[in-house]
Design a protein around this ligand. Structure first.
Ligand SMILES: NC(=O)c1ccc[n+]([C@@H]2O[C@H](COP(=O)([O-])OP(=O)(O)OC[C@H]3O[C@@H](n4cnc5c(N)ncnc54)[C@H](O)[C@@H]3O)[C@@H](O)[C@H]2O)c1
Length: 481
């Protein structure tokens, strides 16, 4: 991160001093800088002269005394509070009394770092995202001790460097990591408790949640050790058990399976071919009872392989035994399955987002596994992307996205960050196609309240109760933005 940040500042035409712990580390840093700017030259985004100018602006040293004249120092040493405090004590000695000292910490308390210095008013958080030269978001962290001018100066500099600053208070995980890791940990818990498989959760969040990648692919990319560190830090402050790292995550880290960087994490990266998706070539005979958005019935219920039943329609007696009956429902269908007298043939079916191919198949305690297999193959033949999960409220996508959206609504309601900042944090910092506040307005606060109430009723998890701001806006039928 240090090399990336140095590059960003030098690209902004400012002189930079880069400090490393020893000569080897300094050479590694030099290598990072040369490689990263070299890639930009190869892609035609930078001229060789431009590269030279950037590199010439960066003085590299292992001597902290080289920082004596700096206006701003950005620390990016490993994420350990003892090490950060030690480095800040040293910076305090060598830097000018009016210099601002910033930390790139992802999840440690900036206040805790500030109080260990003789200049707590001049300690600010400046959280770049990886890779710093590419990612547009920078979270600027203020503390109760920080001078407003120091914080504003850092935010101005971030803007001048072509990035988007989002200024927020000193809460573990700030905006982006706080929201992202709650969701990632919940996905892990979902896997661990057998609600759905790794691949079905990954596929669901991509195909139906509109995300660039599923949670397990993303955690493997971030590094499971980093994920564990962030969750531990967020949990230490929030004491919200949804942030307590899932035992599965801890186990993978203890086993040294850290994700892409070690060749295996949730997924294996050994070049093995991906599992094939179940599909069937022939157009299936489908009967649709009631209004099922996006699916046309092609057959009479007595001749159908799949009968999709909307909420208020009844299952006709003519449906032959062995035909898959799918109840369209966002919530459990086990009681309706029992009422049919043939619960083995019944699954729940939900399309969490119109316009996406995802079809969530809920498998009840009584569903015959062969019926679930047939349901998946038939939906694939209809051009849908089927995933399976247990017969629980919210299925996969809604059960993962609405708690995340609720967390964002709590941040908004508490005034921790405004709507534009929260949305910028997730789009620019995490690569989400849209921010959570925009998502809530698109999906509707009324739907958010309904889904969260159902999730709360099922789990009795206090954090899943809808944020007051959601109920308020749902009642008033007013968007959040
Ligand atoms: N990696 C990320 O995706 C990411 C993203 C945002 C923020 N961060 C934060 O940035 C910081 C650094 O993370 P990283 O992933 O770059 O870690 P890293 O381990 O890759 O790099 C840390 C560097 O600090 C050097 N170092 C260690 N002790 C030092 C000392 N006393 N003086 C000078 N240099 C020293 C190390 O030699 C190493 O090169 C952490 O606080 C982390 O939370 C990381």
């Amino acid at each position: 991160m240090g090399a990336g940040i140095a590059e960003v500042v030098a690209r902004g035409a400012l002189p930079v001093v880069g400090i490393e712990i020893n000569a080897d580390a300094l050479e590694r840093g030099r290598g990072h800088l040369e490689k990263s700017t070299g890639r930009a030259v190869k892609r035609g985004k930078l001229t060789p002269d431009g590269q030279r100018e950037i590199l010439d602006r960066i003085e590299l040293s292992t001597d902290f005394a080289a920082l004596a004249d700096c206006d701003l120092v950005i620390e990016a040493v490993p994420e350990r509070i003892d090490l950060k405090r030690q480095v800040f004590a040293r910076l305090d000695e060598v830097c000018r009394a009016d210099a601002v000292l910033a930390t790139n910490t992802s999840s440690l308390s900036v206040t805790e770092i500030a109080v260990a210095t003789n200049r707590p008013t001049k300690i600010v958080g400046v959280h770049f995202f990886n890779p710093a030269p590419v990612m547009k978001l920078v979270e600027v962290i203020t503390t109760v001790l920080a001078e407003p001018a120091a914080v504003a100066g850092v935010a101005d500099l971030v803007t001048k460097l072509g990035k988007t600053p989002v200024t927020v208070g000193d809460r573990a995980g700030f905006v982006a990591n706080r929201l992202l890791f709650g969701y990632l940990n919940q996905a892990t818990a979902m896997l661990e408790n057998g609600h759905a498989t790794r691949d079905d959760i990954d596929v669901a969040m991509k195909a139906g949640g509109g995300l660039p990648m599923g949670p397990f692919t993303l955690m493997d990319l971030i590094g499971l050790d980093t994920c564990l560190g962030v969750l531990d830090a967020v949990y230490a402050e929030s004491r919200d058990r949804r942030h307590a790292p899932s035992p599965l995550l801890r186990e993978l880290v203890a086993a040294g399976l850290l994700g892409r960087k070690t060749g295996r994490g949730f997924h294996a990266y050994d070049g093995a071919p991906a599992e094939t998706v179940e599909t069937s070539a022939a157009a299936p005979a489908v009967a649709v009872l009631g209004a099922v958005p996006g699916i046309e019935g092609t057959a009479d219920p007595s001749a159908a392989e799949l009968v999709i039943v909307a909420e208020d329609a009844a299952v006709p007696d003519a449906v032959k035994p062995g035909t898959v009956i799918a109840f369209l429902s966002a919530g459990p269908v086990a009681d309706r399955a029992v009422a049919t007298g043939r619960p083995g043939d019944v699954v729940g079916l939900w399309f969490p987002e119109a316009g996406t191919p995802l079809a969530e198949i809920a498998v009840t305690a009584l569903t015959d596994p062969a019926a679930a297999d047939r349901a998946a193959a038939l939906l694939a033949a209809l051009g849908r992307t089927p995933v399976r999960c247990r017969d629980r409220a919210g299925r996969i996508v809604d059960a993962l996205r609405f708690p995340y959206l609720n967390d964002a609504a709590h941040m908004l309601g508490a005034g921790y960050a405004d709507a534009a900042s929260i949305d910028a944090a997730m789009t620019l910092g995490c690569g989400y196609p849209t921010g959570p506040v925009a998502d809530l307005d698109r999906l509707g606060t009324a739907r958010a309240v309904t889904v969260l109430d159902a999730l709360y009723d099922e789990s009795r998890e206090p954090a899943l109760a809808p944020a007051p701001i959601l109920r308020e806006h749902a009642t008033a039928a007013r968007p959040l933005r």
